[in-house]
Design a protein around this ligand. Structure first.
Ligand code: PRF
Length: 373
């Protein structure tokens, strides 16, 4: 395998794109869904299973790994791939999301952000330079700039301040990352729901000639239609020859509608977290296994699925496991959900190649609307 980081577009269908990112640790088929492995583990799954479901890349988090077990320790133990036994590509998020999600535990200024650890209360400083240093210690293949993600709704002035700060941090992150063959650092477009700010962010980042671009600051409290409108207006300003990653999104419907607008990569805790809360995503939509109506139902979630968890266990058994708080409930439902997410991505990839993405989209949405009862 070459030591280059490359993105090739294989096919397009409308605005939907089928591509391939190649890097020394492997190839990522796009549109891609990246299971979230915050602390070096995709919760409730063996990484062999995650791989077998068709995952080409997983995600890790600077914030969590810096607190525990510590980036320097991971580096001494051979890097995150060796530590977690995942020899394929890993993308790491910079800590920018935690600026929003842990707003009560942090102080922000031009230099960076100081977090009070949610584990033991000790203080950690994250600057753009330190975030990249941590991502290098983890030996991450695709690194993210440090950015400031803010919740919506927000005032224009606040959105603009965070977007401009994120642009200055992009410059510092890119400088700290330097030139690393076979690896990439992505810039993150911010700007909330304000189109002219999104365009300014996208254009300024495009001028930095980075290897890929993310859209951050969406799915943070706004309705889906606002998110899709922002994507429609922003994507044309993001370089078409580079991968485009929508961060922290989303439901199966979000993925379908965002690929239709030109997104290539996603990550989200939805399939893993929902699985641990008794929810299953299938071809028929979302099913809550905690519900009493499943108690006597001998049918599997989907008898046509390739995934043993989805195909071989009765809804009655899954319901029992969920109600009894058994760890196997989270394991089987996470497996089901990741299998469904990866089959949805595979379906989108073949539909784009075959030039039938619009049909695939309406057939998939019809099956969700029909349900199976
Ligand atoms: N920035 C970073 N990570 C993120 C986001 C962001 O805006 C989001 C927003 N949906 C998810 N993860 N760095």
């Amino acid at each position: 395998m070459s030591d280059e980081f490359r993105f090739n577009l294989i096919a397009t269908d409308g605005k939907a794109r089928r591509g391939e990112i190649t890097m020394p640790r492997g190839t990522v088929r796009t549109p891609a869904f990246m299971p979230v492995g915050t602390a070096g583990t995709v919760k409730a799954m063996y990484l062999d299973q995650v791989r077998d479901l068709g995952s080409d890349i997983i995600l890790g988090n600077v914030y969590h790994l810096m607190l525990r077990p510590g980036a320097e320790r991971v580096a001494r133990l051979g890097g995150l791939h060796e530590f977690a036994r995942w020899p394929y590509p890993i993308l790491t998020d910079s800590g920018g999301f935690q600026i929003m999600s842990l707003a009560d535990l942090r102080k922000l200024d031009e230099r960076g952000v100081k977090f009070k650890s949610h584990v033991d209360g000790s203080e950690y400083e994250l600057t753009p330079e330190r975030s990249i240093e941590i991502q290098n210690l983890l030996d991450s293949d695709i690194q993210m700039q440090l950015d400031e993600c803010i919740r919506l709704p927000a005032e224009r002035a606040e959105i603009e301040r965070a977007m401009e700060l994120s642009l200055r941090w992009a410059e510092r992150s890119a400088k700290a990352f330097g030139n690393q063959p076979g690896k990439a650092m992505f810039g993150i477009v911010q700007g909330g729901d304000v189109i002219d700010l999104r365009l300014r962010s996208a254009e300024a980042l495009a001028a930095m000639d980075l290897k890929g671009y993310s859209v951050g600051g969406l799915a943070v409290g706004e309705p889906q239609e606002v998110m899709l409108k922002v994507l429609e207006e922003t994507l044309p300003a993001m370089p078409g020859e580079k991968p485009r990653y929508l961060m922290g999104v989303g439901t199966p419907d979000d993925l379908l509608q965002s690929v239709a607008r030109g997104i290539d990569m996603f990550d989200c805790v939805m399939p893993t977290r929902a699985g641990r809360h008794g929810l299953a995503y299938t071809r028929f939509g979302k099913i809550n296994l905690r519900n009493a109506r499943h108690a006597d139902d001998p049918r599997p979630l989907d008898e046509t699925s390739d995934c043993p968890a989805t195909r071989d266990y009765s809804r009655a058994y899954l319901h029992h496991l969920v109600r009894a708080n058994e760890s196997l409930a989270g394991m089987l439902l996470t497996w089901t959900n990741l299998a469904y997410y990866q089959s949805l991505m595979a379906g989108m990839r073949s539909a784009i190649e075959a030039g039938r993405f619009a049909d695939f989209r309406s057939e998939t949405m019809e099956a969700w609307a029909r349900g199976d009862i």
